[in-house]
Design a protein around this ligand. Sequence first.
Ligand SMILES: NC(=O)c1ccc[n+]([C@@H]2O[C@H](COP(=O)([O-])OP(=O)(O)OC[C@H]3O[C@@H](n4cnc5c(N)ncnc54)[C@H](OP(=O)(O)O)[C@@H]3O)[C@@H](O)[C@H]2O)c1
Length: 329
Amino acid sequence: MQTTTIPHTDIEVTRVAFGCMSTAANPTYDGIPDDDAVKTIHAAIDLGINFFDNAPAYGNGHAEEQLGHAIHDRRDKVVIATKASGQTLTPEEIKADCEASLKRLRTDVIDLHQIHWPRREVPMEESLRAMEDLKSAGKVRAIGVCNFGVEDMTEALNISTPCTNQVVYSLLARGVEIEVNPLCADHHVGLLCYSPLAQGLLTGRFTSPDDVPDERARTRHFANSRPQARHDEPGCEAETFDAVQRVVAIAQRVGKPAAQVALAWLLHQPNVTAVLAGASKVSQVESNVAAAGITLDDETLAELDDATRAVKEAMGASLDMWATPARTR
Ligand SMILES: NC(=O)c1ccc[n+]([C@@H]2O[C@H](COP(=O)([O-])OP(=O)(O)OC[C@H]3O[C@@H](n4cnc5c(N)ncnc54)[C@H](OP(=O)(O)O)[C@@H]3O)[C@@H](O)[C@H]2O)c1
């Protein structure tokens, strides 16, 4: 498995990481039984993954508990990323939430601690200083952010140096390429790509918008008439499903599953530290791990770019897949 180091650290991580959001029930996923979660996490470790991304927001702490249970006897084999998921990001909240995460994860240190979403309750400086204090206290080893657009990242870089910016990035969500990744690359802030399979769309398993369950059709790809939508846009369903069809055809020509080609494409993009692939089955982890071994030639990369350009244009530069007005800036 390809590895790299988290920028500004000596923490070595696998470039295909395991995203823990789908193991515990949340607004997007039903979650899986604890025994299956443990089995899937153990399979990921056995298949060579060492990097796990979690958050208190996933199943209200339950995804952290599942991971803590699965890794308590193999802590030295894993790098744990989790998040400050609170609503206010006051120093007090950040400190208390970190202690709660450490307890659920059954560890005494979080390897990468990230601000989950920018909040505007207190000045960013107070929140980032609180994260730095956790580092000085030895509770966390490195600090990152998530969902930071150009404005937030510029402000953050004047205060501290986040190692990573965790953002939505896939063949169907390329807004980060427009402004945010160039800024991050200039400052050696690595990208951690979330929803790299567009929550399953890029596996080709849904062939029309009607196939997609409402909880996964909340994104701006879909019309705002979908019952759980929180945006006011018409969506780009035709462009999205045309792109998926073209990605599936390209994958067939390459002789690999579409999911693997989608992850491999991301691993070829500049400044990408790792892709955070969610999985609810061992077979999915097996497939996702295999993506790390795929080299795509320039012609295939250009075809994938072309196949998904209309979606990129329709979705624009916003990093917020779910809401208008965007919570990112
Ligand atoms: N920072 C943030 O704000 C943020 C937001 C979202 C996600 N994340 C992180 O990113 C991780 C991944 O994101 P995500 O779960 O939204 O999206 P994703 O990784 O694009 O999709 C994961 C889902 O796709 C399906 N899947 C995965 N591998 C597959 C395969 N090989 N073949 C067929 N289906 C496959 C599974 O669906 P089924 O379970 O239905 O089979 C799985 O639960 C999360 O776990 C989390 O760590 C962060």
